[in-house]
Design a protein around this ligand. Structure first.
Ligand SMILES: Nc1ncnc2c1ncn2[C@@H]1O[C@H](COP(=O)(O)OP(=O)(O)OP(=O)(O)O)[C@@H](O)[C@H]1O
Length: 583
């Protein structure tokens, strides 16, 4: 566990110092127990050796004081270290997240992150402050007792030692099993938590489809999986736990038998035998908890691994010698024979696309053809597997992340809004913007109409993630942000959610304005009204651009785009009214 922790929190000297402190506390406790032997020996002698007994009592009191002082000191140090561990791990996670490619955040990253930051860091800290000290003391105390007993009577020392190798063997053997079952439990709990959240979020869908009372199979499966993992962990832990307890009791029995046998045979004074048996009873206590502590350590290892998944995730490679996009054509976008796969599943194959600076281009094509992936590769969510994506003639891998992000504004479907006012949500894009600039951008994106309808106007809080706005209204915020950011390249994924006429017109107007401002606009167009106004259309199919050109020209060519257009214009245009408004 400590080795894993040190990989993420490289302060070996501090951990060593702390461990040495815990060991000293454990040894002092062992010495305290050992001092009982001469005390009892003096008390049980016939007649009792009162003076000697008082002297040993004084020694015990002295050792007790020392033990308490050492314990207090080490505890304070441990709490400080634990605080630092928690703070450093959380800060490192925060710092590291900023370096990870945006693609890392696609999928269930938020769940992983929340668990790592909210649970793993405190677990690692708690292990340092509580479990590790107890474990070290639970080993150091019996070790000190055994050494002392060996010095008092080597035969009894051997009896004390009998159980130790067996106990160690059981702990060693059970370690990987406990760790594996803990990891299974952890994975099953994560799945159950994710499905529970999904169940809550899916309530509107489940109710509107009349399935709310019919149960939710993914959640039921996840909960059953969690129960199965729990049962399995109980079963697999029971045998080694029982074996360990039996071995510890066996050790105690060995000491008992050896003491009685030696005392009956006259080889050990009765007083010594009684004293050593009392010691054996106390000796067993810390040993008995070691197995549980090992279990807790294994659980902590799983939590630390979870944190490791974040801290050891590969950051986005930064160029050693960053370049700047060429002046003039700085906002041109070019895909040069790009290959890209998600976990070995090819999505783009030899994709070539060229959009001159200041031009607008609509990506059109069947669902799953790779349009979103194309936009994401420009923003370096991931790096390409083959070929190159260029911005202003420079491979995006040769631009620093700061330069790239400065030049690109992203308006994705799932625009995230902070639970703050609309004004603050716009300021994210341009913290220095004057109120007049904010209002101009908002008006251009027709966001002012939304603001006018909100109860507190500009100061209305938009709810967590912007849930009090509709999808179309959130996109208007994103377009206003893009206008404010004034980046030369705008990547826009039109909301697929049905937009009402007003939102559709607002988004289209925003796009036209961005284009009129001379920006290179790349749009995933889900609406034909968007497509016709674009300088170019790139028809994407099976991860390639199969046709590129103006709308009229492509229609005349009667190729794949013309087919797509004819099918779409022939299809019923009516879409369901916009769902998801909570306002
Ligand atoms: N993060 C991901 N991990 C694995 N596969 C992915 C991921 N994102 C997309 N894919 C897969 O890559 C393929 C292309 O997806 P992409 O989202 O780029 O297509 P699209 O043309 O934008 O589709 P749509 O129009 O439906 O949004 C699909 O088969 C999709 O399932």
């Amino acid at each position: 566990m400590i080795r894993q922790l040190l990989r993420l929190w490289p302060h070996a000297a501090e951990v060593r110092r702390l461990t040495a402190g815990y060991a000293v506390v454990g040894v002092l406790q062992g010495a305290l127990l050992l001092a009982l032997v001469p005390l009892l020996r003096a008390l049980l002698a016939d007649p009792a050796r009162t003076g000697e007994a008082f002297a040993w009592l004084a020694v015990i009191l002295g050792l007790g004081g020392l033990y308490l002082a050492a314990q207090a000191r080490v505890r304070v140090a441990a709490y400080r270290t634990a605080n630092r561990v928690m703070r450093d791990l959380q800060h490192s996670a925060g710092d590291h997240l900023r370096l990870l490619p945006l693609g890392w955040f696609v999928g269930n990253a938020s769940g992983r992150l929340a668990r790592a930051v909210a649970q793993s860091a405190p677990t690692a800290a708690g292990t340092v402050s509580h479990i590790w000290p107890e474990l070290v003391a639970s080993i150091a105390t019996p070790a000190a007792v055994i050494v002392g007993v060996c010095l008092l009577d080597w035969r009894m020392g051997i009896a004390f030692l009998v159980a130790v190798p067996l106990a160690m063997l059981v702990l060693r053997r059970s370690g990987p099993v406990v760790r594996r079952t803990q990891a299974d439990m952890d994975a099953a709990s994560a799945e159950a938590a994710g499905r529970t959240i999904e169940f809550a979020q899916a309530q509107p869908v489940l109710r509107s489809t009349g399935r709310a009372l019919a149960g939710f199979a993914p959640l039921e499966r996840a909960l059953e999986g969690q129960r199965r993992a729990f049962r399995r962990s109980l079963t697999l832990h029971t045998v080694p736990q029982f074996a360990y307890t039996a071995i510890v009791q066996l050790g105690f029995t060995a000491v008992l038998l050896a003491g009685v046998w030696l005392a009956v045979g006259g080889q050990l004074a009765a007083a010594d035998a009684v004293a050593l048996l009392v010691l054996a009873a106390r000796f067993v206590e810390p040993l008995a908890v070691v197995a549980n502590l090992f279990g807790a350590i294994r659980a902590a290892e799983v939590a630390i691994d979870r944190m490791g998944d974040i801290l050891e995730a590969e950051p986005l490679p930064e160029p050693a010698h960053p370049r700047e996009p060429a002046p003039g054509s700085g906002a041109a976008i070019e895909f040069d024979a790009v290959d890209f796969a998600y976990r070995d599943v090819p999505v783009l194959t030899g994709l070539t696309l060229s959009v001159p600076a200041g031009a607008s281009c609509a990506l059109v094509g069947p669902s799953g053809s790779g349009k979103t992936t194309i936009l994401r590769l420009i923003a370096r969510f991931w790096d390409v597997d083959g070929g190159a994506v260029r911005l202003g003639g420079v491979d995006v891998r040769e631009l620093s992340t700061a330069t790239l992000m400065e030049r690109v504004a992203i308006v994705f479907q799932d625009t995230y809004l902070f639970d703050d006012s609309i004004e603050e949500n716009l300021r994210i894009a341009a913290p220095e913007a004057t109120p007049a600039q904010l209002r101009t951008a908002a008006a251009a994106a027709r966001l002012d109409q939304v603001v006018d309808r909100l109860p507190d106007g500009w100061s209305t809080r938009v709810g967590e993630g912007g849930t009090s706005l509709s999808g179309g209204e959130r996109q208007r915020v994103a377009i206003a942000r893009a206008l404010l950011k004034d980046a030369p390249v705008v990547l826009l994924d039109e909301a697929t959610a049905a937009l009402d006429a007003e939102n559709e017109a607002a988004v289209a107007a925003g796009m036209r304005l961005l284009s009129a401002q001379g920006k290179t606009v790349l749009v995933i167009a889900h609406r034909l009204s968007t497509v016709t106004g674009m300088d170019q259309i790139a028809f994407v199919e099976d991860g390639r651009v199969v046709e590129q050109g103006g709308h009229e020209r492509l229609l005349r060519a009667r190729g794949r785009y013309a087919d797509f257009w004819n099918r779409r214009t022939g299809a019923p245009a009516a879409l369901p009214a916009e769902a998801g408004k909570t306002r």
